[in-house]
Design a protein around this ligand. Structure first.
Ligand code: AP5
Length: 218
């Protein structure tokens, strides 16, 4: 099964992609994580993306399409993948259609994670992740079971993102409404769009996504 999680910054795309990966063996493909890795490595792509990401704008289509085309070609994607943060423009969606058709692959579902803008800033500004395995947490909504220890890998170092501040989140939200929201009618017209209430508790959102995908509750 190949799917897209679509939603604004802080909607819970990464949180749910990690859960689906662990429960169902689908591979999470996060363009945000890939770009942050490129920035940290100081690669050519990272140098081009850094300032754009810090401003909360979208990195150019050619860069992200190239990254995803390389990643989808890898063997571990053959069993199914979850696109988290891609596509984000109609041009990226069209490029995805082409690359899937070239590989004889298809898109099974697009999940629209609906969350009101006013709660997204609180979600994003309270977010942190395990420095070792990247598991996601939140100061208020999703704390580790043992304070200071990652539930997944036992790591004790955590990090916060440079673009997780109120000003940049507003810019990222603007980019979402202007450039990414047009994907909803794009996929609606193809009959693959499902909707979940991204404001429900995390377990309930997972249950709604699994129902949309036809998975039995985990
Ligand atoms: P990216 O990393 O994709 O960021 P984003 O889309 O802004 O999404 P986030 O990662 O902020 O949110 P999320 O939906 O994953 O939420 P999460 O699960 O963490 O992109 C970053 C930048 O890279 C972009 O701005 C752009 O510059 C560039 N970029 C990336 N892809 C690109 C592309 N395709 N084209 C061009 N540029 C691109 O949840 C947030 C917090 O809320 C967490 O702490 C979590 O614990 C908590 N939470 C989650 N669900 C719930 C819930 N149901 N209830 C309460 N709390 C919850």
């Amino acid at each position: 099964m190949n799917l897209i999680l679509l939603g604004p910054p802080g909607a819970g795309k990464g949180t749910q992609a990690q859960r689906l990966e662990r429960a169902h063996g689908l591979v999470q493909l996060s363009t945000g994580d890939m770009l942050r890795a490129a920035v940290a490595a100081g690669s050519e792509v990272g140098k081009r993306a850094k300032a754009v990401m810090e401003a909360g704008q979208l990195v150019s289509d050619d860069i992200v399409v190239g990254i995803i085309a390389d990643r989808i070609a890898q063997d571990d994607c053959k069993g199914g993948f979850i696109l988290d943060g891609f596509p984000r423009t109609v041009a990226q969606a069209e490029a995805l259609d082409t690359m899937l058709a070239e590989r004889g692959m298809k898109l099974d579902k697009v999940i629209d994670m609906q969350v009101d803008d006013d709660i997204l800033v609180e979600r994003v500004s309270g977010r942190y992740t395990c420095a070792k395995c990247n598991a996601g947490y939140h100061d208020k909504f999703q704390q580790p079971k043992v304070a200071g220890v990652c539930d997944i890998c036992g790591g004790t170092e955590f990090k916060r993102r440079a673009d997780d501040n109120a000003e940049t989140v507003r810019s990222r939200l603007g980019a979402f409404h202007a450039q990414t929201a047009p994907l909803l009618p794009y996929y609606g017209a193809r009959g693959v769009l499902g909707t979940v209430d991204g404001m429900a508790p995390i377990d309930e959102v997972t249950r709604q996504i699994e129902a949309e995908l036809g998975f039995a509750a985990a």
